[in-house]
Design a protein around this ligand. Structure first.
Ligand SMILES: NC(=O)C1=CN([C@@H]2O[C@H](COP(=O)(O)OP(=O)(O)OC[C@H]3O[C@@H](n4cnc5c(N)ncnc54)[C@H](O)[C@@H]3O)[C@@H](O)[C@H]2O)C=CC1
Ligand SMILES: Nc1nc(=O)c2c([nH]1)NC[C@@H]1CN(c3ccc(C(=O)N[C@@H](CCC(=O)O)C(=O)O)cc3)CN21
Length: 288
């Protein structure tokens, strides 16, 4: 064991401690099957998508709490029809002890459905504190966003950080998933250069079929060039295969320097494979 491999192994253990997962309202049945492989208290984000309704989102958050994990419901600003809709959602979450931590995100609609055009306006509404929210996760894009320029994203990130700090709300950043660790670590250094010290949860694709991964990457504007695909282990020629984030995690562990990158954790996007992802993490930890 060289010093570098010892450091990388220690980093991997550090990165994998306190990982978080993501599920959609449709993954509720799978939560039970995945439960034995998920450490108690794990944060599980619950998406806020166009094909879900309040009941699905609330049920998913309640089931996460009931299963002994920490729900992190998404609040998609642009999908909220009104302030009353935000209050109704948070009120329901509070009843289910699922309002303590939320992920405030802009939302994919090109035109806001109501009064909130961005995550900042939800944070500044004051509604979050009214319903017991104590920690707010916000989004980050190491590779940029297909529809939003960097000179909009950076000021927005700084404004959200300032708003959370000003309101005494704890914060963390959850990044968009990606297949290449280099832009992620570069981006984290730029976040730290801006004096933003909150934890960064690096978005990691869970194990899934290559075709499915490429479909989600295309849907969410995530880079999958041939070189990135090869580095990750996505063999474009074998679309029937599956790929997991092993190489990505080993590369992250090798190049992560806490003194430069600050607190970094992992957020696994499960893409409908909650159980497959949790079992993969268990196996990966056993073999490293
Ligand atoms: N896990 C998830 O659900 C994730 C969702 N996203 C999506 O990325 C986008 C940006 O989210 P945040 O970083 O929270 O941005 P934000 O809410 O902090 O907004 C940043 C800036 O981008 C603009 N913006 C936000 N959403 C937009 C959209 N859909 N179209 C055009 N401009 C938009 C805002 O007006 C603001 O000026 C959203 O569409 C969000 O849904 C990104 C990462 C993960
Ligand atoms: N810009 C952006 N918008 C998002 O909504 C988004 C991101 N980025 N980044 C990644 C996460 C993960 N997202 C999702 C969205 C849907 C499923 C999903 O599993 N949906 C259905 C059908 C999927 C399909 O089209 O096959 C499912 O039950 O599998 C999973 C993760 C949403 N997220």
């Amino acid at each position: 064991m060289t010093a570098a491999t010892t450091r990388a192994a220690a980093n991997l253990e550090l990165l994998l401690s306190d990982f978080s997962l993501e599920m959609t309202g449709k993954d509720v049945e799978e939560l039970d099957a995945a439960r034995p492989a998920i450490p108690a208290g794990t944060r599980i984000n619950v998406t806020f998508l166009g094909n879900e309704d309040l009941t699905m989102r609330r049920t998913a958050a309640r089931m996460v709490r009931a299963a002994g994990f920490r729900p992190v419901p998404h609040v998609s600003a642009r999908r909220l029809e009104s302030r009353a809709a935000l209050e109704a959602f948070l009120s329901a979450l509070r009843v289910d002890d699922a309002a303590e931590q939320i992920f405030a995100v802009g939302g994919d609609p090109g035109t806001p459905h109501g009064p909130y055009a961005d995550a900042l306006s939800v944070i500044e509404s004051g509604v979050l504190e009214e319903y017991g929210v104590r920690q707010v996760s916000i989004a980050g894009y190491p590779e940029g966003h297909p529809g939003i320029p960097d000179d909009v994203l950076w000021p927005a990130l700084e404004a959200k950080h300032a708003a959370l700090t000003g309101r005494g709300l704890a914060g963390e950043i959850i990044t968009q998933f990606g297949f290449d660790v280099d832009p992620v670590l570069d981006w984290i250094e730029r976040v730290r250069d801006r004096g933003i010290e909150m934890p960064v949860r690096v978005g990691v694709p869970g194990p899934a079929g290559v075709r499915r991964l490429l479909r989600f990457a295309a849907r969410f504007g995530v880079g999958t060039s041939t070189s990135i695909a090869r580095k990750y282990g996505l063999s474009i020629t074998n679309l029937m295969g599956t790929a997991g984030p092993d190489r990505l995690l080993h590369a992250l562990a090798a190049d992560y320097h806490p003194e430069r990158h600050g607190e970094v954790k992992l957020h696994f996007y499960t893409f409908g494979g909650l159980r497959a992802t949790t079992e993969w993490i268990t196996e990966f930890r056993r073999n490293t």
